[in-house]
Ligand binder design. Sequence first.
Ligand SMILES: [Zn+2]
Length: 97
Amino acid sequence: MTAVFQDTAKKRDHDDFIQWKSDNPDGYIINDLGNGTGMLHRSDCRHINGPHQTVEEGKSMTVRRKLCSLDRDDLNSNATDQKGNKLSIECCESCKP
Ligand SMILES: [Zn+2]
C-alpha cells in the first residue's frame, strides 16, 4: 500500500510523514519533485532526514509530495503526480535504493 503525504492549505502532513518513516525504517519513499520526476530514496536516507528540514525551523518536509511504501514494486506502480501522470523515477545516489 502506498501512502501519500502532502501539505495543503488546511493541513500539514509533516508529522504523519515522520511517523511513517519511524514506523517503516525499511520502506521506500519517492519525493515528487514537481516537474514530472520523482526521486526514490530509502526510508532512512539522510537526504530526507536532514535537520535543516525540521518543523521547528519553520519548514515542512511534506511541502513536496511524498509517496511511501514498504513494497518497492507497489510504490513504482503508484508513482504518479498530482494529476495522475506517471512520474519518471530516479534513484538517489546517496542511499542507492
Ligand atoms: Zn536517498
